[in-house]
Design a protein around this ligand. Sequence first.
Ligand code: PHE
Length: 408
Amino acid sequence: VTPTATILNGKTYPVDEYTNVNPKILSYTCRKLHLQKYNPLCHVKRRIIDFIYKEFPSRTRSPLFSVFDDLDPAVSVEQNFDSILIPKDHPSRKKSDNYYLNNNHLLRAHTSSHQAELIRSGLNNFLVVGDVYRRDEIDKTHFPAFHQVEAVRLCGLHDVFRDENIARELKLFETGKCVRTPEKQETHTVDAVMMMTSALKTTLIKLVQHLFGKDVETRWVETFFPFTHPSWELEVNYNGEWLEVLGCGIMEQSILQNAGAGDKIGWAFGLGLERLAMKLYQIPDIRLFWSVDSGVVHQFKVDDPYAPIIYKPVSQYPPCKNDISFWLPENSTFSSADFYDLVRSIGGELVEQVSLVDEFYHKKKQRWSHCYRIIYRDMSKTLTQEEANVIHAAVEQAAAKNLRVDIR
Ligand code: PHE
């Protein structure tokens, strides 16, 4: 029997033609790795929260920034996309890129989903830490579930211009001509944007120095997000390689207006925890964060989140390579993402990599053929070829049944 609803955190999501979550993916929502005290992601999370608390001291006994690290990863389409101005036809909404519970709800694809509701609740400074979900390729740096930290800071006139006399002279918002330029949004004054940008960039450079050391080499890359303008990515040079670590920008004013904070101006950034932790601890494979193997877990069992740990490979167990070739169904919308997902849902963490190694069109048959190479590897014991073959056979069967391909 096929289930008619998904129950997650006490809420019921009826299954419909949009549903593409599977039990394997749903099982990751229970793990909450960023809340497990000794998980490397939790250590990095604590370093970041620590930094933000120190950087923004408050005059009261409670910190300036509120931290939300246990918000439900099931969000509405409105939260994940509409509330932060992602256009109705934007490619990031595609079914092939997201895990939809149904046509109205999905597993959040980023922590930005919570920006609008938290601003509406009256907060000016907050962090959101959480698990996020995206359908993606499969290799050592991609996993369908990963973790982000989001930061939002809203400032009033006197937060932006700290000097009384200057605040009396300058404004946050334009009264006259309103044009959007590469430097700023319509309603913002150049002065306000310059102050906010410099505060944002200074904070972020200090953050990566806090994480990687004072000598870390960084560069700003201009970019585009529907929810910020102007927008940047920050890259850090790590052993000669430029690594994108976060996205940020000046928040679109209409997000603030819609959430009842139109008199303020805001900056926001979002960063991926796995990326940072993999570099900080030299963790070679993203699946290791999910490992429950004592050889892995033990290495991070320290109370001090600043402990300088270098991950030692538990030992490299041998990989098993299995190829699968099939004819795609005639006139249908097969996508590689569907196949990657299917492999993941059956092989779970034993799947190290899936790559499309060959594709061709057969003129007489009028059909496409795809060949994928799947690398299976257990991280904590030797996976025998016989064991791999059992999983691979299950993949073949499921592909034939669910994706309607013809195994060759
Ligand atoms: N949500 C963006 C992402 O996931 C990151 C981001 C957050 C960018 C906040 C700008 C501001 O890529």
